[in-house]
Design a protein around this ligand. Structure first.
Ligand code: SAH
Ligand code: SF4
Length: 346
């Protein structure tokens, strides 16, 4: 519930106005894990809350913890849809939640496990927000704080623009996460990039590029046939002019496909004049795509070539690789297990 919805509910129950503030403080400042902890609320109200409402809307279906500390989860929503979220702890103290914006995805990128599943439905703003709120509450229980949120889980955030923006605003107001610490990653829906430029919100924008020429990009990412590189980069330039924010470009390094030095040069030319940073992520292999990750030596050569164009680039460590923490991968694994009858079954 938003704060307004909570106030309306308590008013309907005949509670005095200050109760909603007390309850809100328990939820979002103390990050209480149960109604019983809310000791300044009357017992009768705590009992009614426990009876008629739930804390959080997500039911855990599977959880895996990686040796690098990454925790990957699949949640089951009230209609049975499965979505993923991930918590990534970093040595410098940052705690980053990677959350989903849709169940499945309609964009059909060839290399992506979520794209290979197809689209089921949009998530509500509450379902998006609750993924981060759940992690924030658990971290608070052990004295840690959720510092960053990235919309890089399942789904295309700009295909569900209004719900995503409503959730982003709640991350800011209800969880106290600064807009600069929130990253929205998009496949490149140009009109929505332009719309974001008008919102007056300082989120970080990440663009999934993966190819710097239209023929190659259209073959991997069907969305490029609708908004090609020229249109996409025009929208990014408009966004940058309006916000003065550095834009991140994501590039999954696929051996022999988009990791050659000529590709690096095309990318360098494409991004010339922009305030840009490139994140290079060696491909996470998926069952539906025949491709392999680039080796570290070639990745380093790619970075060096980009630097000749004055473009900074970082090769990202693939986190949680041992727990299928790539986009859509753990859900595919859960579905496979559900389809496969247990051993010994008739
Ligand atoms: N739909 C949004 C956000 C979710 S995907 C988008 O596409 O940007 C988050 C990032 O993971 C994107 O950059 C996406 O291209 C990348 N990605 C998807 N599948 C991948 C894979 N198998 N290996 C490496 N990166 C992948
Ligand atoms: Fe959708 Fe992003 Fe996967 Fe493409 S990479 S299919 S846009 S989730």
């Amino acid at each position: 519930m938003t704060r307004d919805q909570l106030e309306a509910l308590l008013a309907e129950w005949g509670e005095p106005r200050f109760r909603s503030k007390q309850l809100w403080t328990w939820l979002y400042e103390h990050k209480a894990g149960s109604f019983d902890e809310m000791t300044n609320l009357p017992k009768s109200l705590r009992a009614r809350l426990a009876e008629e409402t739930t804390l959080g809307t997500l039911t855990l279906a599977t959880e895996r913890q990686s040796t690098d500390g990454t925790v990957k989860r699949v949640y089951q929503l009230s209609d049975g849809q499965l979505i993923e979220s991930v918590l990534m702890p970093y040595r410098d103290g940052r705690r980053t939640a990677c959350i989903s914006s849709q169940a499945g995805c309609a964009m059909g990128c060839a290399f992506c496990a979520t794209g290979q599943m197809g689209f089921a439905r949009h998530l509500s703003s509450t379902e998006i927000f609750a993924q981060a709120a759940t992690i924030a509450r658990e971290l608070a229980e052990r004295g840690e704080r959720l510092s960053n949120v990235v919309l890089m889980g399942m789904g295309e955030p700009f295909h569900n623009y209004d719900n995503v923006m409503a959730a982003v605003r709640r991350l800011n107001t209800d969880l106290g996460i600064g807009a600069r610490h929130i990253t929205i990653s998009t496949v490149g829906i140009a009109p929505k990039i332009r719309q974001l430029a008008t919102e007056g919100i300082q989120v970080t924008l990440a663009i999934s590029l993966h190819a710097a020429r239209d023929a190659e990009r259209s073959a991997m990412m069907p969305v490029n046939r609708r908004w090609d590189l020229e249109e996409l980069l025009d929208a990014v330039r408009e966004y940058q002019a309006a916000t003065n924010r550095r834009v991140t470009f994501e590039w999954a390094l696929i051996a022999g496909k988009n990791d050659g030095l000529d590709e690096a040069r095309s990318l360098g030319r494409l991004l010339q004049g922009l305030d840009a940073h490139v994140n290079l992520i060696p491909l996470n292999p998926t069952s539906g795509y025949d491709g392999a990750p680039t080796d570290p030596e070639q990745a380093a050569r790619f970075v060096a070539e980009l630097e000749r164009f004055g473009i900074s680039a970082t090769v990202r460590v693939r986190r949680g690789i041992d727990v299928d923490a790539g986009c859509g991968q753990l859900k595919s694994e859960v579905l496979r297990r559900r389809r496969t009858p247990p051993e010994g079954a008739p």
